[in-house]
Design a protein around this ligand. Sequence first.
Ligand SMILES: [Zn+2]
Ligand SMILES: [Zn+2]
Length: 431
Amino acid sequence: MRKLITVVLMTVTLFLIPFIKSEAKQNYAEDVILKVGDYYDVSEDYNDDMKVVLILGTSLVCKEGYVYAIIPGTTIVVYVDEDGEYIFKRFKVEKSNIETIMLDIGQGDAFLVKVNGWNILIDTGEKKYYEFLKQQLVELEIDYIDTLIVSHMDTDHMGSATLVMQDYGINEVIIPYTAGNSVEYNKFMNYLDRELVNIIYAEKDDHYSLGYGCGLDILSADAGEDTNASSIVMRMSYYENTFLFTGDAPASVLNQIMNDRDIKADVLKVPHHGSDTSSPLMFLKNCGAEISLISVGRDNAYGHPDDNVIRRLETLGSKIYRTDIDGTVIVSGDGKELCVDSYHIIDWDAENRLKVDEGPIIGNLNSHVYHNDSCMSLPAEKNRIYFMYAKDAETSGYRPCNMCIEHSVDENSEKDYGFFDPLLRFIMPTA
Ligand SMILES: [Zn+2]
Ligand SMILES: [Zn+2]
């Protein structure tokens, strides 16, 4: 082995002699500082005829006129221009930062993680708040998303999934096995089939690498019937910074995880919007998060977050950030220290908020038929009346649309959408 290294070194040194002999010094271009995940267009410096002839170091890879920073370190790239002149350029690659952004999307969850050039969206919030999600992504200059992770299939977590997939051209998703029971869920699964998106079904103990220094461990992904219990619970680590994402996992699931997994984290996505059916004291204690993130709608009908959960977190000395109070919250880490910023990007007092909050059930004042807000045949704006729940529409004398409501399911329905068979999906996606 040592012999081989010597041979390689000698070859490199011999190869270098002509470069060193040339007017290397005055051709030593300025250093370029990149962060892991950044890329750099080498033709930008000179011209299209420039060729990269040698890369000394392992912190970069070179592809099609670009260099990509992959690990921290220093790499020297040697170019030759059209006149045969050699140019040396030193790239210093530094660690990336990790940013976990709690997006302010009303009652629901949507988190964006930026690390090593990856943008990962965890949940999307309700469809009716999609414009708010997008507005924040624009404001934060997020112009691409690599991967969408859906914690579970309730609409307050995946209502905008199809729209976000379309608008950002996402071609990879990580989802649980457990099916949802909404129109949005069916649309999303159809979209994944149709567009041949790479679907990864989360399994407990799966591990994903997100570039240098960053890993993601799946701690739970139950395949039972209850959507909340099927929540993908996962722990992300970036050097010394750790984040625990919990979806809407109930206490029973969290207690189970606590028994056999390390749940210590600096930052906790408080389970189930701070509901008291989740977040048992022992769980919060074992997690020991210094920062707790709660995503909740202003004056939501569920009473989230529960006073008891807030009290437990306060007793444990965790600093609490909430979307209904703090707006959009950004936790940045450099692998060691963490800092938090928050911004009020969405104006929830604006008129459009009242409109979306009037309810997802839309009645037609003329025909007295009511629809789901994603129905294909909604009445004209002037003929609409909004209801929070289907039963409210029924008691007001409205009957269900046979296109959207009849085919969707409400909580009392027996209809079973079953589980999707991942093997079938991969072998022969349906048209
Ligand atoms: Zn939820
Ligand atoms: Zn849920």
